[in-house]
Write a protein that binds this ligand. Structure first.
Ligand code: NMX
Ligand code: MLT
Length: 439
């Protein structure tokens, strides 16, 4: 058994027993109320999931195993002389709970390199799709095509014990993480670069190799990708992609089936697709205004126009956060260092000055502040990565780290099938009447 797998088993398996005991002793303790409004607001007020990999605070933002984004940037291992974290190290942190050292990260890189061969039929499947198929659709189809390789699905058919589910899941999770960059790069090159493919470079780390296979070899782009793939990895368990992975996985659907479902959720414009929508929105605004850096008044007018048309301002708002997303701030920090004069970056920063008071002024938007998607496209465009319909695939490759780590936790902790109660409107009205009469 590899080092990481062994360490994970030592960490997670005793916790499964602890959880059983905890649930037995505390199962009836009330930790929250369900209110009628929760039924109509996407269950946001209900705590109903256990997720170990990260925890979100509405004011402070995300913490991965207790560590904030600035702490990850400071403390996760980096390439020699590097300044941004290696996302492989974050995967270790999400599984083990402690920071890895550089050798731990090298070991993960070596392990994933040994698993990286993508079966040929995945490429054949992709080649059968029209080139104008949205990259997220291609990505999801490719993950489904890879499901032929599921160690979990094959082993389950042969008959395995519940206590070993996590072991086979681990194999699928690492195979997927090893292969996703090449699959994504293949989609990028077939869609936008006449299909000429670039072989992986075994000397490079996971993020840099991904960038290299897409055709980007600027060391600063590699640096940016390490940051990008770290900060998009996880956002506790209730967001659409994480929750979908958990929900589909709870039926013992294997990691391929679960991740493909999650990517379909990430492809929605209110979730991960917002990163493409932000750039589309900014480029349309700039075109309409004749190019250049718009004034604050022009941006304000464009925001009012967007709202008046009944559309959302992409990159702003959040289901949980009530402050500027620290993932936005991390990207802004990077941009201040490496591209302070970039025009598009300056538009993003100017929108940040103008949008919050306008959104707040509507009186209904709970969070007027920017989220992760408000900044990411401008960083990519700076390096000539113009194909914004691909941006959500980059988010997806990163998000796979978090949701697959969580799925592995689910298997190790023996989490059951998920099945929340639903109710008809009539039944809800009757229940409310009865409760009111009793009160
Ligand atoms: N622009 C315009 N209207 C908004 C925005 C926005 N950025 N954010 C929220 N609203 C509206 C929302 O549509 C709802 O309107 P209505 O009552 O007419 O249905 C109202 O404000 C209340 O919504 P909230 O409770 O503030 O937000 P909710 O939790 O429902 O939704 C988002 C959260 C993130 C879906 C929402 O803020 C949004 O649509 N933002 C724009 C899209 C976006 O950037 N998504 C990316 C999220 C991060 N990610 O990567 O997943
Ligand atoms: C995410 O990264 O998943 C988004 O910020 C959405 C969320 O947390 O609900």
């Amino acid at each position: 058994m590899g080092n990481l797998k062994q360490k994970f088993a030592e960490k997670a398996l005793p916790m499964a027993d602890e959880i059983k005991q905890f649930a037995k002793e505390n199962g009836k303790v009330i930790i929250g109320n369900v209110e009628v409004e929760d039924v109509f607001s996407g269950m946001k007020g209900i705590t109903g999931l256990l997720t170990e990999t990260s925890l979100l605070d509405a004011q402070e933002g995300i913490r991965f195993r207790g560590y904030s984004i600035p702490e990850l940037r400071a403390q996760l291992p980096k390439i020699p002389g590097g300044t941004e974290p290696l996302p492989e190290g974050l995967f270790y942190l999400m599984l083990i709970g402690d920071f890895p050292n550089y050798n731990d990260v090298l070991e993960i890189q070596e392990n994933w390199r040994s698993r990286a061969a993508v079966p040929a039929h995945v490429f054949t499947t992709l080649d059968a799709l029209p080139k104008n198929t949205h990259p997220m659709t291609q990505f999801s189809i490719a993950i489904m095509a890879m499901q032929t390789e599921s160690v979990f699905a094959k082993s389950y058919q042969q008959g395995i014990s519940k206590k070993d589910y996590w072991d086979y899941t681990y194999e699928d999770v690492c195979n997927l993480l090893a292969r996703l960059p090449q699959v994504a790069a293949y989609i990028y090159r077939r869609t936008y670069k006449d299909g000429s493919q670039i072989a992986p470079d075994p000397k490079l780390d996971w993020a840099a190799n991904f960038a290299h296979m897409m055709g980007y070899n600027d060391p600063l782009f590699h640096k940016m990708m390490r940051l990008y793939l770290t900060i998009h990895a996880d956002h506790e368990g209730g967001n659409v992609s994480a929750h979908t992975t958990h929900l589909v996985g709870s039926a013992l659907s294997d990691p391929y089936l679960s991740l493909a479902a999650a990517m379909n959720g990430l492809a929605g414009p209110l979730h991960g697709l917002a990163n493409q929508e932000v750039i589309r929105w900014i480029l349309e605004m700039r075109k309409e205004l004749g190019g250049g850096l718009p004034t604050k008044e022009q941006i304000a007018d464009y925001i009012h126009k967007t709202l008046a048309a009944g559309k959302v301002v992409p990159g702003y708002g959040h289901a949980v956060l009530r402050k500027t997303d620290p993932r936005f701030t991390a990207q802004q920090d990077f941009a201040k260092q490496y591209m302070p004069d970039d025009e598009l970056v300056n538009i993003v920063w100017r929108i940040y000055e103008v949008a919050p008071p306008i959104l707040e002024g509507t009186g209904k938007i709970k969070n007027p502040w920017p989220n992760v998607d408000a900044h990411s496209g401008a960083l990519l465009l700076h390096y000539g990565f113009t194909e914004y319909e691909f941006y959500t695939v980059l988010f997806g490759v990163s998000r796979a780290l978090g949701v697959l780590a969580s799925l592995l936790w689910d298997r190790a902790l023996g989490m059951p099938i998920e099945r929340p109660k639903s109710i008809t409107f009539d039944a809800l009205k009757k229940e409310v009447e009865t409760l009111k009469a009793k009160a």
